[in-house]
Each structure stands twice: as structure tokens, then as C-alpha cells.
Design a protein around this ligand. Structure first.
Ligand SMILES: [Zn+2]
Length: 165
């Protein structure tokens, strides 16, 4: 039963356990019953192997050391066949939860791979653009050097012409 969930993640395992937790009803049809504390008793659902799904009345603190000890069954005994069927169905639900968990993990992995691929593509695009800008910058620098050189040569010529005059 519990061993079938051993491969599931912590989150998924908690969901399986929740299914088997004793559920507690405060608002059930009359007559209301009172425990030895004189408190309205809760109606619980047992999930033991012997009584899966069978409801009983217990002190509101039943699952905290048994409370005052008040206990009375609400449902008649289900019988061996019904218990076996309920147990098999519960095991099937556990298996489905496990399968669902592993499918979610696979899907999550695929989604992560797709996101990673998209990031790589974006990175390649940025690199290409960077190389393009780098080339343009280098071209601009060379042009600037040519212009400065021409200006310098012109200045020197003008100086020489001025001195000759
Ligand atoms: Zn009580």
C-alpha cells in the first residue's frame, strides 16, 4: 500500500497520504452526540486495513491521544468483500497518483528543455548582433583614423605653405 508510493516525490506523496487521512465531519445529521468532555463529537472516517472508509463518532481530540476516549461506530461493518474492494480501489488511486506524478515530472523536464533551447537560440542571436556591432565599430574607428590623418597632413601642408610665403 504505502510502499507503492515510495518512488513519488514529497509533494505527490503528501497528496496520497491526504487521501487516507481520517476525515472529520463537524456538521452531520442529528442526533448530535456528546463525548465525556460534554463536547459535540466529530464524525470521523477510518482508513485502517480492517475498516477502510467506515465512519465512527469520536471525541474532537480523538487523534490527539484518543481525547476522552469516546468512541461509537456510525456505519455497520462493511464485510470482508467490501473491505477488499475499497482497499483495491485505494491502491489503484495510489498508483494513478504515482503515474500522474511521474508524467508531471516528464512534462516539466520537457518544458525545461524547450525553455533551455529557446534561451540558447536567443543567446546565438545576441552573439551574432554583437559581432555585427563589433565589425561596424572597427570600420568606424578605421574611418576616423583616415580622417584624422588627412587633417594632419592638410595642416602640415598649410604650415609649410605659410612658412614659404
Ligand atoms: Zn471528549
Amino acid at each position: 500500500m504505502a510502499s507503492s508510493t515510495s518512488s513519488s516525490t514529497g509533494r505527490c506523496r503528501r497528496r496520497v497520504v491526504l487521501l487516507r487521512q481520517p476525515s472529520r465531519e463537524e456538521d452531520y445529521e442529528p442526533p448530535r452526540r456528546y463525548c465525556y468532555h460534554r463536547m459535540v463529537v466529530s464524525r470521523w472516517t477510518a482508513w485502517t486495513d480492517g475498516n477502510p472508509g467506515r465512519r465512527f463518532y469520536g471525541c474532537p481530540f480523538y487523534y490527539q491521544d484518543g481525547g476522552c476516549g469516546f468512541f461509537a461506530w456510525h456505519d455497520n461493518e462493511f464485510g470482508e468483500r467490501a473491505n477488499t474492494v475499497i482497499k483495491e480501489l485505494s491502491d489503484d488511486i495510489d498508483k494513478l497518483y504515482d503515474e500522474n506524478c511521474s508524467l508531471q515530472r516528464v512534462e516539466h523536464g520537457q518544458r525545461m528543455n524547450e525553455e533551455l533551447d529557446a534561451t540558447h537560440a536567443e543567446l546565438r542571436k545576441l552573439r551574432r548582433r554583437h559581432e555585427q556591432y563589433d565589425g561596424e565599430l572597427r570600420k568606424g574607428k578605421n574611418k576616423f583614423k583616415v580622417v584624422v590623418s588627412l587633417l594632419f597632413v592638410t595642416y602640415v601642408w598649410l604650415c609649410v605653405l605659410y612658412l614659404k610665403m
